[in-house]
Design a protein around this ligand. Structure first.
Ligand SMILES: [Fe+2]
Length: 385
């Protein structure tokens, strides 16, 4: 039996001012989980607390989840939950806060659970015996509010663990565009191009379905139309809302269809050079579209639907509009030294080829192909092989 399925949160609440939805939840206690200071500084944390209190709940806050959240932070948060015993976990902030809260939730429900027990895909025990989970993203990019994924870092071993289980798909996602409206232009651009990468990779994925195609396509259209506006005028709430929706639509597509080589290569070049995830995706995308189109008709199909001649060229054009460089050599946010690039290329290519995202890429590749793609994207050379 070849079982296929499609799973997303039960409730997706979207639109301006929808943070207020929190005041309609039914329960006794809620814990808010957040990252650094921005949610507090912009007043969203206090607003969320007030709405939950309006719902008659006792509320506590666990803050300080760091970027690339660690096993220790997750254990600390789980302990706070075990002491407080909430029936709602409300994660508000960037992808890190949401990712960390998902795993805190697992350790809250199962205090005896060890990190090693949940690393294998789908090894997570059944959740929701103690609490349900609300995710409120402040960026339009990772789509952690929708996905079955969480990435936790073992800081001692320097290893990032992707945890995959439909159990950690949130129950409720609240998409209020007021939150991402605070993102500065370069973060809007990078996270927005990450959304496009999610959508395009889900569209060409070997496990794409009619369900994921519909979502991916709409996300692609929204990004092309609204990202340049969201970058140039961050206060434009209509553009912010469109990008927030695009992020979630793309998330629904890729959590069910998975990703491809763009993410495999972005993960590993990010690990070697510290280049931002969305920026790495943005640069890699045109080259991998050129590489993949030899193996799939879906690139041409997408061009037909969008009414364009060349998807790779259109993505490059979009990169230019949102001030993203077209090759790694021109990146300025971190040092992308040519000598170091050549030194790490072989190892990085092997690691990228071994990344789980490679499995669903439409063109069968090899570590040698990956190295050639990295070189093309580093020096800005078109791929026509
Ligand atoms: Fe991504």
């Amino acid at each position: 039996m070849d079982l296929k399925w499609f799973r997303v949160p039960k409730d997706i609440v979207f639109g301006k001012g929808t943070l207020e939805y929190l005041s309609t939840l039914k329960g006794k206690k809620a814990i808010l989980v957040t990252g650094g200071r921005s949610m507090k500084r912009f007043g969203f944390l206090d607003q969320a607390k007030a709405y939950l209190e309006k719902a008659g709940m006792e509320v506590t806050i666990f803050d300080g989840v760091e970027p690339n959240p660690s096993v220790e932070t997750v254990e600390k948060g789980a302990k706070a939950m075990q002491d407080f015993e909430p029936d709602w976990i409300v994660a508000i902030g960037g992808g890190s806060a949401l990712d960390a809260a998902k795993i805190m939730w697992a350790f809250y429900e199962y205090p005896e659970l060890k990190f090693e027990d949940i690393i294998e895909p789908s090894s997570m025990p059944t959740l929701r015996k103690k609490a349900k989970f609300v995710a409120i993203p402040s960026t339009s990019g990772t789509a952690s509010e929708i996905t079955a994924f969480s990435v936790i870092t073992d800081t001692k071993a320097h290893i990032k663990y992707p945890i995959v289980s439909y159990e950690i798909t949130p129950d409720v996602a609240i998409l209020d565009p007021e939150l991402p409206a605070k993102m500065p232009p370069h973060i809007t651009a990078n996270t927005g191009m990450d959304v496009l990468a999610h959508a395009i990779e889900a569209w060409v994925s070997t496990t794409a379905s009619n369900y994921t195609d519909a979502l991916a396509l709409r996300a692609i259209q929204l990004v092309f139309e609204h990202l340049p506006i969201a970058v140039s005028n961050g206060e434009d709430l209509d553009a912010r809302e469109a990008m927030h929706d695009a992020s979630t639509l793309a998330g629904m597509a890729f959590t069910n269809a998975s990703l491809g080589l763009v993410h495999s290569l972005a993960h590993k070049i990010g690990g070697e050079f510290g280049v931002t995830h969305g920026l790495a995706n943005a640069i890699l995308m045109p080259y991998i579209i050129q590489y993949n189109r030899k193996a799939t008709d879906k690139v041409a199909e997408l061009e037909k639907i969008l009414g364009i001649n060349d998807l790779a060229a259109a993505v490059k054009e979009l990169n230019k509009k949102v001030n993203v460089p077209l090759r790694f050599k021109d990146v300025t946010e971190v040092e992308m030294d040519e000598k170091k690039f050549e030194e790490v290329l072989e190892r990085m290519s092997k690691n990228a080829f071994d990344d789980p995202c490679t499995l669903t890429n439409p063109r069968q590749s090899s570590a040698e192909d990956v190295a050639k793609i990295y070189k093309a994207a580093f020096y800005g050379e078109d791929i026509n092989w």
